[in-house]
Design a protein around this ligand. Structure first.
Ligand SMILES: C[S@@+](CC[C@H](N)C(=O)[O-])C[C@H]1O[C@@H](n2cnc3c(N)ncnc32)[C@H](O)[C@@H]1O
Length: 279
């Protein structure tokens, strides 16, 4: 278990919990629609939903592409895709269970109009994914993705806004320290994992040019944050706890907060384009 949820996606319980969260709360639907809109899909013939999970983003893409288009949703977690295959039936959509880094093995070179990746890129080997995306995109095709604010090194808006009281996450850590002697595991390396300068360099080295960036703030409630923290891959704290222990700490922490209080989730949204020729 890691704070950035690199593993654990190919588990039935996580996949079901994720799908239930995405149905009940707007977070992934909203971010998926935002990316699909930026991808400019009205003329799309073949569009890839990268790290597509249960198909939330594929659903947003399907709403925008023409009737004759094809959408391919690729993810390496079969458990996530099983839910998508069951719930999202559209003749234009196909599913590929494979890692994002191997994308180029599944679609024709220069055959893709856009690649959209919601809430997934920082979990991958970014230079390898950028190279694969560049191979499959047609010249001028777009690669649109987001990066969670913490991973992009953006300031935490909840801190700068001087929030009243500690966050749900902070309370969980306090409870874990009190009851289990928990202390956060030291982060390997220092600084954020994927700031804009780093992702721009990886894209550029692959032959992709950043054409737009925007910081998006998503207003959510503490109740939504609690529901998100109940998904096994996202549950806090890290370290050697059972899911039941984590859920007990979450319950106690949330009892000390107002479920209707708002909190901000911040994203870095990036649009890149395949250059006509690699440098
Ligand atoms: C937070 S979910 C996002 C799913 C979907 N894009 C959405 O908006 O609902 C992250 C997904 O990334 C997938 N993932 C993580 N690393 C991956 C990799 N290297 N290759 C393919 N998929 C990966 C996980 O299996 C998971 O389904």
């Amino acid at each position: 278990m890691t704070p950035d949820a690199l593993t654990g996606w190919d588990e039935e319980t996580t996949a079901e919990a994720y799908a239930a969260f995405a149905r009940a709360w707007p977070m992934y639907g909203d971010t998926s629609h935002d990316l699909a809109r930026r991808a400019g899909l009205v003329d799309g013939r073949l569009v890839v939903d990268l790290c597509g999970g249960t198909g939330v983003t594929a659903g947003a893409i399907l709403e925008r592409v023409p009737a004759h288009a094809r959408v391919l949703s690729l993810d390496n977690a079969a458990a996530m895709q099983r839910i998508g295959r069951r719930t999202l039936r559209d003749p234009r959509l196909s599913w590929v269970t494979a890692s994002a880094e191997t994308l180029a093995a599944h679609v024709p070179a220069r055959g893709v109009d856009a690649v959209v990746c919601n809430s997934g890129l920082w979990k991958t080997d970014v230079p390898a994914v950028a190279a694969a995306v560049r191979r499959v995109l047609r010249p001028g095709g777009r690669f649109v993705f987001n990066i969670g604010g913490g991973f992009a090194g953006l300031t935490d808006p909840n801190v700068s806004a001087g929030r009243a009281g500690p966050s749900l996450d902070a309370l969980i850590h306090q409870i874990a320290a009190r009851d289990h002697g928990y202390s956060p595991s030291p982060r390997t390396g220092s600084g954020p994992k994927l700031p804009l300068a780093t992702v721009t360099r990886h894209l550029s080295e692959a032959g992709l040019t950043v054409t737009g960036t925007v910081v998006k703030d998503q207003l959510t409630t503490v109740a939504e944050r609690k529901a998100w923290l109940s998904i096994p891959v996202f549950a806090r704290p890290d370290g050697d706890f059972t899911h039941a222990q984590r859920m007990r700490m979450l319950e106690e922490a949330s009892a000390r907060t107002d479920p209707d209080a708002t909190t901000v989730t911040r994203w870095l949204v990036v649009t890149a384009q395949r250059r006509a020729k690699a440098r």
